[in-house]
Design a protein around this ligand. Sequence first.
Ligand code: CMP
Length: 139
Amino acid sequence: MATNRTFTMLKPDAIENGYLGKVLDMIVGAGFEIKAMKYTRLSEDEAKKFYEVHAERPFYGELVEYMTSGPIVAAILEKDNAVADFRALIGATDPAEAEEGTIRKSYAESKAKNAVHGSDSDENAAIEGEFHFNAAEIF
Ligand code: CMP
Protein backbone atom coordinates (compact mmCIF):
# COMPACT_ATOMS: atom_id res chain seq x y z
CA MET A 1 0.00 0.00 0.00
CA ALA A 2 1.28 3.47 -0.86
CA THR A 3 2.24 5.62 2.12
CA ASN A 4 1.91 9.37 2.14
CA ARG A 5 5.52 10.52 2.48
CA THR A 6 8.45 10.94 0.16
CA PHE A 7 11.95 12.36 0.45
CA THR A 8 13.58 14.97 -1.77
CA MET A 9 16.84 16.83 -2.19
CA LEU A 10 17.18 20.05 -4.15
CA LYS A 11 20.57 19.40 -5.68
CA PRO A 12 23.61 21.72 -5.94
CA ASP A 13 22.79 22.87 -9.50
CA ALA A 14 19.29 24.01 -8.48
CA ILE A 15 20.71 26.04 -5.60
CA GLU A 16 23.65 27.37 -7.65
CA ASN A 17 21.34 28.44 -10.48
CA GLY A 18 19.02 30.32 -8.11
CA TYR A 19 16.00 28.01 -8.41
CA LEU A 20 15.54 27.16 -4.72
CA GLY A 21 12.46 29.36 -4.29
CA LYS A 22 10.91 28.43 -7.64
CA VAL A 23 11.29 24.69 -7.03
CA LEU A 24 9.89 24.92 -3.49
CA ASP A 25 6.97 26.94 -4.87
CA MET A 26 6.21 24.17 -7.39
CA ILE A 27 6.40 21.51 -4.66
CA VAL A 28 4.08 23.35 -2.26
CA GLY A 29 1.83 24.45 -5.13
CA ALA A 30 1.38 20.80 -6.13
CA GLY A 31 -0.04 20.05 -2.67
CA PHE A 32 2.97 18.65 -0.82
CA GLU A 33 3.29 19.58 2.84
CA ILE A 34 6.81 20.04 4.19
CA LYS A 35 7.29 17.79 7.23
CA ALA A 36 11.05 18.35 7.61
CA MET A 37 13.59 20.56 5.85
CA LYS A 38 17.33 21.19 6.07
CA TYR A 39 19.80 23.42 4.16
CA THR A 40 23.08 21.56 4.34
CA ARG A 41 26.06 20.18 2.45
CA LEU A 42 26.78 16.47 2.14
CA SER A 43 30.19 15.20 3.17
CA GLU A 44 31.89 12.72 0.84
CA ASP A 45 31.09 9.88 3.26
CA GLU A 46 27.42 10.89 3.45
CA ALA A 47 27.06 11.14 -0.33
CA LYS A 48 28.77 7.75 -0.83
CA LYS A 49 26.44 6.16 1.71
CA PHE A 50 23.28 7.82 0.37
CA TYR A 51 24.05 6.64 -3.19
CA GLU A 52 25.53 3.26 -2.15
CA VAL A 53 22.98 1.48 -4.35
CA HIS A 54 24.70 3.09 -7.38
CA ALA A 55 28.25 2.16 -6.24
CA GLU A 56 28.88 -0.14 -9.20
CA ARG A 57 27.59 2.32 -11.79
CA PRO A 58 30.12 4.14 -13.99
CA PHE A 59 28.75 7.53 -12.90
CA TYR A 60 29.07 6.89 -9.13
CA GLY A 61 32.28 8.90 -8.67
CA GLU A 62 30.91 11.82 -10.67
CA LEU A 63 27.63 11.64 -8.73
CA VAL A 64 29.37 11.77 -5.33
CA GLU A 65 31.64 14.61 -6.46
CA TYR A 66 28.70 16.60 -7.78
CA MET A 67 26.43 16.03 -4.77
CA THR A 68 29.19 17.29 -2.43
CA SER A 69 30.05 20.30 -4.63
CA GLY A 70 27.70 22.72 -2.87
CA PRO A 71 24.73 23.04 -0.54
CA ILE A 72 21.53 21.06 -0.94
CA VAL A 73 18.07 21.25 0.60
CA ALA A 74 16.79 17.96 2.01
CA ALA A 75 13.10 17.57 2.84
CA ILE A 76 10.42 15.09 3.81
CA LEU A 77 7.16 15.77 1.97
CA GLU A 78 3.65 14.57 2.70
CA LYS A 79 0.71 14.11 0.33
CA ASP A 80 -1.58 11.26 -0.67
CA ASN A 81 0.32 8.96 -3.05
CA ALA A 82 3.45 11.01 -2.33
CA VAL A 83 6.14 8.88 -4.01
CA ALA A 84 4.38 8.50 -7.37
CA ASP A 85 2.94 12.02 -7.44
CA PHE A 86 6.32 13.55 -6.64
CA ARG A 87 8.07 11.55 -9.35
CA ALA A 88 5.44 12.79 -11.80
CA LEU A 89 6.07 16.38 -10.64
CA ILE A 90 9.86 16.15 -11.06
CA GLY A 91 9.81 14.31 -14.41
CA ALA A 92 12.28 11.91 -16.04
CA THR A 93 15.88 11.59 -14.75
CA ASP A 94 17.14 13.15 -17.98
CA PRO A 95 15.58 16.64 -18.39
CA ALA A 96 15.71 16.16 -22.17
CA GLU A 97 13.13 13.40 -21.70
CA ALA A 98 11.08 15.14 -18.98
CA GLU A 99 7.58 16.37 -19.77
CA GLU A 100 6.67 20.05 -20.02
CA GLY A 101 5.70 21.52 -16.68
CA THR A 102 7.91 19.19 -14.63
CA ILE A 103 10.59 20.53 -12.31
CA ARG A 104 13.42 18.90 -14.24
CA LYS A 105 12.13 20.13 -17.60
CA SER A 106 11.99 23.66 -16.19
CA TYR A 107 15.13 23.79 -14.05
CA ALA A 108 17.52 20.83 -14.55
CA GLU A 109 20.79 21.16 -16.46
CA SER A 110 21.51 17.56 -17.46
CA LYS A 111 21.00 13.92 -16.52
CA ALA A 112 23.71 14.25 -13.86
CA LYS A 113 22.83 17.78 -12.71
CA ASN A 114 19.11 17.15 -12.63
CA ALA A 115 18.02 19.68 -9.99
CA VAL A 116 16.05 17.42 -7.69
CA HIS A 117 15.89 13.94 -6.18
CA GLY A 118 12.70 12.02 -5.48
CA SER A 119 12.51 8.64 -3.69
CA ASP A 120 11.61 5.73 -5.96
CA SER A 121 9.60 3.71 -3.42
CA ASP A 122 7.88 4.01 -0.06
CA GLU A 123 10.61 1.88 1.48
CA ASN A 124 13.40 4.11 0.15
CA ALA A 125 11.47 7.26 1.13
CA ALA A 126 11.54 6.07 4.74
CA ILE A 127 15.22 5.05 4.60
CA GLU A 128 16.28 8.32 2.93
CA GLY A 129 14.20 10.46 5.31
CA GLU A 130 15.78 8.75 8.31
CA PHE A 131 19.22 9.22 6.77
CA HIS A 132 18.80 13.02 6.96
CA PHE A 133 16.43 13.66 9.88
CA ASN A 134 15.90 12.48 13.43
CA ALA A 135 12.42 12.23 14.96
CA ALA A 136 12.66 15.67 16.63
CA GLU A 137 13.27 17.32 13.23
CA ILE A 138 10.08 15.97 11.63
CA PHE A 139 6.89 17.99 12.19
P1 CMP B 1 18.48 10.50 -8.85
O1 CMP B 1 17.48 9.67 -9.56
O2 CMP B 1 18.04 11.52 -7.89
O3 CMP B 1 19.52 9.53 -8.11
C1 CMP B 1 20.53 8.90 -8.85
C2 CMP B 1 21.25 9.95 -9.61
O4 CMP B 1 22.32 9.52 -10.40
C3 CMP B 1 20.31 10.58 -10.62
O5 CMP B 1 19.32 11.31 -9.93
C4 CMP B 1 21.28 11.40 -11.43
O6 CMP B 1 21.63 12.61 -10.78
C5 CMP B 1 22.49 10.49 -11.43
N1 CMP B 1 22.59 9.78 -12.69
C6 CMP B 1 21.75 8.85 -13.17
N2 CMP B 1 22.15 8.41 -14.40
C7 CMP B 1 23.28 9.11 -14.67
C8 CMP B 1 24.18 9.11 -15.77
N3 CMP B 1 24.00 8.30 -16.81
N4 CMP B 1 25.23 9.94 -15.71
C9 CMP B 1 25.42 10.73 -14.64
N5 CMP B 1 24.60 10.78 -13.57
C10 CMP B 1 23.55 9.98 -13.59
